[in-house]
Design a protein around this ligand. Structure first.
Ligand SMILES: [Zn+2]
Ligand SMILES: [Zn+2]
Length: 565
């Protein structure tokens, strides 16, 4: 018997074919739910851009249908865009206790606390957002309180895993709820969307607690002060480090504003446990013997202004390194940050510190499941259809392969990209209502580039100009225009352009070429500023091209003098 149930449209707005700015939309009839609203950190090609946000024009199109935003966990690539979109979208934001606490702190920093409704949800409870029934399921990750999202539709459940690893005894909070995932599998999952970050990595990902042995050994052994740097949101890692310090009788100081606020937030909601008397401030360190200190600091990615970079530059107010001190870098280096991290590491060594990285000891473990973990979850959930998410194409591709290998019908594994409209329909070709998915449409999305210093959106053309300026410099031809329409080439300035004798000769030649061009202007055009600017630009462009010189940015300036001098 044919059912007449409307389809669900799944449209990823970010996080597919890229790392970061995760944002997924689910729409059914007049209800739309957004899962995650993350940012991405730009590469060097985005000169001066601080963040990249997902393009939300698709959500704007269905604005009336939008009923809520569900956040899987409090990493930047999942919550970072909230301060920029939550107020405008104007719907409640749902998440678990720690996630909501971290979001609250973030919105507060942007003075948006009164503008966004935050709803704390306990995993396992059912609630609804518009026409969708919703349930959060505990998963494990590099920070506590991460969840998968189950969306219930009239013809089956959709499972969105968020970031996860399979950890049966995380340092904080419950283990991944494999039991619930298995029972969901038995009830029937019509479509699963799952984290692909480590799909290319064979085997299983180690437990968060597995770094404890190496921490213990490295801290116990250290004759002096120990510094440990990790992501400020890595609550599990920080808990393990604090436990080791407490056991070995070391005091713990936290460095870096986000390290202090994130740890305080995790303590406030009762997730991070710190024995009394263990924490001290950076100022207090001078009263603690060096061999009794563990400093947990931000800056594991080599960030220029971070506490770790200041320590490496020997400019930190409270923490100076000495030979015999030890620095543990407990994180992976995010692609693109290798040079910055390398610079910091070299400077730390130069100060006499012993720097221990992932390659030297088991001081870091990934927060994402590897191939065997992903396959195990696929086999538990037995989804009718599958969309790999969170990853570049190579990871998505490998995850799709794992899904087919674990029994998902190859026709129901869809490699989608951002902007694709993936439609899940109940009445499949075989008429059993088991769910079919296919890409039925595509929205062109743009990257939204943001300057975090308060300038707001950055246009694509601005980034292009900045790149050209950096590569070639700028040449500024200046012309003065007097009331009688008399033109004079007054000067030609340059910045970032080559500065040597040859360049001087070249610019003086350019001066003559400009003069000749300006003299040929018709008397009408000679009073038209725009015409003069265009002429200067095209003349100089041609001049540099003929000389085979890399084209600098040309910025003509026409100065109108009011009176004859
Ligand atoms: Zn994450
Ligand atoms: Zn993520």
């Amino acid at each position: 018997m044919a059912k007449s149930v409307n389809p669900v449209d799944i449209v990823p707005l970010g996080g597919l074919g890229e790392f970061g700015k995760n944002m997924m939309t689910y729409r059914m009839d007049d209800s739309m739910v957004v899962v995650d609203t993350g940012i991405m950190f730009p590469g060097t090609e985005h000169a001066g851009v601080d963040f990249i946000l997902p393009d939300t024009s698709y959500v704007d199109e269905y604005r009336k249908a939008l009923q809520g935003i569900v956040i899987t966990h409090a990493h930047e690539d999942h919550i970072g865009a909230l301060p920029y979109v939550a107020k405008r979208l104007g719907v409640p934001v749902y998440g678990t206790k720690l996630t909501i606490a971290m979001i609250r702190k973030r919105l507060d920093e942007h003075e948006l606390l009164d503008d966004v409704e935050l709803v704390e949800v306990t995993p396992g409870e059912s609630f609804s957002i518009g026409a969708f029934g919703v349930e959060l399921v505990n998963v494990t990750h590099s920070l506590a309180d991460a969840v998968a999202v189950v969306l219930e539709t009239p013809f089956g459940k959709i499972l969105h895993t968020g970031d996860f690893k399979v950890d049966n005894a995380p340092p904080i909070g419950p283990p991944i709820d494999l039991k619930r995932l298995a029972s969901l599998g038995d009830e029937g999952i019509v479509c699963m969307l799952s984290d692909s970050t480590n799909a290319e990595v064979s085997g299983r990902t180690g437990a968060e607690s597995s770094v404890a042995a190496a921490f213990d050994e490295l801290v116990r052994d250290a004759p002096g002060r120990v510094l440990l740097s990790c992501f400020t949101s890595s609550t599990h890692r920080i808990q393990v480090a604090i436990d080791v310090a407490a056991k070995l009788g070391r005091k713990v100081a936290l460095l870096g504003r986000s390290m202090v606020t994130n740890v305080q937030t995790a303590i406030d909601v009762g997730y991070l446990r710190v024995p009394a008397g263990v924490l001290c401030t950076a100022e207090d360190l001078e009263n603690v013997p060096r061999a009794k200190q563990l400093v947990i600091t931000a800056g594991s990615q080599g960030e220029q202004l971070s506490a770790l970079a200041q320590i490496a530059n020997d400019t930190h107010r409270y923490v100076k390194l000495e030979p015999g001190d030890r620095v543990i870098l407990s994180s992976r280096v995010i692609p693109g940050n290798e040079r910055a991290v390398n610079r910091v590491v070299n400077r730390l060594f130069r100060l006499g510190a012993d720097v221990v990285q992932q390659r030297d000891a088991h001081v870091h473990v990934s927060g994402h499941g590897s191939a065997e973990d992903l396959e195990m979850v696929l086999r538990l959930v037995k989804p009718k259809s599958f969309i790999p998410i969170h990853g570049e194409w190579r990871q998505l591709f490998h995850h799709a392969k794992l899904a087919r290998a674990s029994g998902v019908d190859p026709d129901s594994v869809v490699l989608a990209e951002n902007g694709d409209v993936v439609r899940v329909t109940a009445d499949g070709a075989d008429g059993d209502g088991s769910g079919r998915i296919q890409v039925v449409d595509h929205f062109d999305l743009e990257q939204v580039l943001l300057d975090g210093s308060g300038l707001g959106l950055v246009e694509d053309c601005v980034v292009r100009d900045r790149r050209r300026l950096a590569a070639t410099g700028v040449v500024v031809p200046m012309v003065s225009l007097s009331p009688g329409g008399r033109l004079q080439v007054s000067d030609i300035l340059s910045r970032g352009f080559i500065e040597n004798e040859d360049a001087e000769a070249l610019l003086s030649e350019a001066h003559d070429v400009m003069l000749a061009a300006v003299e040929k202007l018709s008397s009408d055009d000679a009073e038209n500023e725009k015409a003069i600017e265009d002429l200067l630009e095209s003349t100089l462009k041609r001049f540099f091209r003929k000389r085979g010189i890399r084209r600098p940015v040309i910025l003509p300036v026409v100065v109108t003098s009011e009176e004859e001098p």
